[in-house]
Write a protein that binds this ligand. Sequence first.
Ligand code: B1M
Length: 234
Amino acid sequence: MSDEPQDDLDLRELNDEELAEQIGDDLYDGLKDEVVEGTEILLERGWEPYRILTEALMPGMEIVGDDFRDGILFVPEVLLAANAMKAAMDVLRPLLVETGAPKIGKMVIGTVKGDIHDIGKNLVAMMMEGAGFEVINLGINVDADQFMAAMEEHQPEILGMSALLTTTMPYMKTVIEELDKRGLREKTIVLVGGAPLNEDFANAIGADAYCKDAAVAVETARELMKRRHNIVAA
Ligand code: B1M
């Protein structure tokens, strides 16, 4: 992103704020090793994994998204940035999911049919695991039959769906209708998320909640599980 040659830049010489910004720049440039190194340095300096995600990695990805939209970046560059983001998430994953707590619920999650964006969905999966949920991550391009097979096999309390494209988000409704047909809708908490969604859309398709980010997904899941237990106990 910057015009300066970065060849001999020592990331350790940067202060926290500069390093967070540099990680964003390196992410934009698809420099996987540098993004991983910067992430490790911030961890060594005591940054929480979620802070690294939200203050270093995600701002970088947002600029990638804007420049992709504006025709400044193209798919190959965005793929490199996505790979760098995934490599950093691999470093953070064990820290985000480590929990000795007993499992508090189960969630099946996937990116819907026609859509291959998985970074946000994987982040939600990690944060949910970290919060004590068992997560069955079905991956990308998941159709209604695959969702239903997983619901029947794993019997989760929660179904999570992700969509990043305006063309794929309507498919979430198809999945909810299928859930209904099989008599599973009433007993399932349906959470949806992804950049183009909003609360009105979630209401319109009959989901239980729209989650704007991974932290909200965790809070919402906890809250709806609590309510459900209270109803069952009452
Ligand atoms: Co795509 N892409 N992309 N892309 N891509 C977007 C989404 C786009 C907004 C870029 C743009 O134009 N500005 C645009 C969509 C426009 C639209 O429909 N409105 C777009 C497009 C057009 C496309 C293609 C069609 C491009 C093309 O081929 N011409 C193509 C589609 C392929 C397909 O899916 N069939 C395509 C391809 C790709 C890549 C493969 C290159 C790559 C994906 C790599 C991968 O994921 N493995 C890619 C990327 C990386 C992006 C952007 C730049 C970044 C997405 C991302 O990872 N964000 C994206 C621009 C953007 O969103 N600003 C873009 C970081 C991530 C942490 O955030 O995913 O929003 P996000 O997840 C958040 C929340 O949304 C929420 O929590 C997450 C964490 O806080 N959340 C959930 C998400 N899922 C949830 C599920 C839940 C709860 C919360 O369940 C309970």
